[in-house]
Write a protein that binds this ligand. Structure first.
Ligand SMILES: CC(C)(COP(=O)(O)OP(=O)(O)OC[C@H]1O[C@@H](n2cnc3c(N)ncnc32)[C@H](O)[C@@H]1OP(=O)(O)O)[C@@H](O)C(=O)NCCC(=O)NCCS
Length: 147
């Protein structure tokens, strides 16, 4: 992370980290679907520890679950002090990416096939986040109808 990425105290901007997460999540979604993909939502972004100027940042993404045209991509961000080798888990993000066909319409994606216990846990948790999001949307719509 360079000087352009941080505030005057040397902390890297949250927006810079979010940008990296969005880019890497997009790559994971394209790899999984074989289509171009857009970000429908950044469902959650947590900043567990600060990232400082001069640190090496690694961003890893995985498709946790795939539904009809959308996928949840989980992103893990780590910072590394390259002099000491200390690695810290700094952020976690969950994004919903939607695959698009050549006309720009949402298009079906292959199912995710979780195999390892970690992959199966991520898939279960992704389904829970989606169910919660849809339930929340329905509750809000119902409340608005009631005025
Ligand atoms: C994302 C987008 C393609 C969805 O279009 P839409 O007309 O709502 O399409 P649909 O209703 O068919 O929904 C398609 C999928 O998107 C999901 N989706 C739509 N809005 C969503 C939201 N706000 N949050 C999470 N998922 C959403 C739906 O659940 C559906 O998933 P599923 O097929 O797996 O069940 C459209 O809203 C869009 O183009 N948004 C702008 C994307 C963008 O510019 N991103 C930033 C730059 S990449």
């Amino acid at each position: 992370m360079g000087v352009g990425d941080s505030n005057i105290a040397g902390n890297v901007h949250g927006g810079t980290i979010m940008h990296l997460c969005d880019e890497v999540a997009g790559i994971a979604a394209v790899r999984h679907s074989g289509c171009r993909a857009v970000t429908a939502a950044m469902d959650r972004m947590t900043f567990r520890n600060p990232v400082y100027i001069g640190q090496l940042v690694t961003v890893k993404a995985t498709v946790n679950a795939a539904w009809r045209t959308s996928m949840e991509v989980g992103v893990r961000v780590e910072s590394e002090n390259v002099r000491t080798g200390e690695v810290v888990h700094t952020s976690t993000a969950y994004l919903t990416m939607v695959a698009l066909d050549d006309e720009g319409n949402p298009t079906e994606v292959p199912a995710a096939r979780p195999e390892t216990p970690d992959e199966q846990r991520r898939a279960r948790e992704a389904q829970l986040r989606r169910d919660n999001r849809l339930a929340e949307r329905e509750r809000i719509a119902a409340q608005r109808e009631q005025g």
